[in-house]
Design a protein around this ligand. Sequence first.
Ligand SMILES: [Zn+2]
Length: 264
Amino acid sequence: MQRKRPILIEWEDGRIHITARVHFSGWKKAAVQNVPMRGSVLSGLRRQFSAENPYFASLMGNALDFPEWEGRPIEVSFTLVEAERRPWVDFFLVPRLGVSCAAFFPLWRPWGSKRILLFAGDIRTRYHYTPRQVGLVACHEFGHAMGLGDLYGGLAPYGLCYRPPAALTAEMPFNDLMRTSFRQEWFTPNDLEMALFAQQECAPQTHVPTGWWKGLRKVSGAVRGKNVDPEEARRDRQRQRENRKRRRRNRLVRWFSPGRRRKK
Ligand SMILES: [Zn+2]
């Protein structure tokens, strides 16, 4: 028997079918039904996997990097179910400003429920999203729930470390929904491919080929590798050693000097 999943991706004979079980919650449970954000989320999700998405309208297997699908047309379909019980993707709607995010506790698993904290705008820029942008943010977070990492660089909040922004390639175009925020448009075939891998490998995927620790090492290495000339590097180290020694000596002198005691 197929285990129930919040987001189930099934594929057969060139057809990919995605079933999403979504749920809405909030601080005031009864009021959530009336929050306008709810409609934006539903229409935003449906729009992504409809014929409106230019990447899925005439999708060929080549775009998905699965050798057995080479050269055959792929059909993507989507069913949205408003689930009554877990597992589900829970949209926790907060009709005020904040920083939207997706959380998985304790670990990301394809069969585990996910919670998406969805705000009506960004508190850092004090910007209120339009209904269409609320849908886009919801879809970006939904991407995380499918197992996709962020495409933007900088401090990836869940990695807590530096990640270089992914390069612009045919597979990772500028309008990829995972690239930045509410301005970007669509899930791409590459995103779908990664979601399939995430489901198979039971692990979220990152767009950047390096792991977070590799990225970190690369950054610190760039700073350390400033000196190319070995002779100059040696003199540099010598100077640093002397400076350290001098600082330590000064510290001791200050500590034991009568002047310090008098101040006390
Ligand atoms: Zn993100």
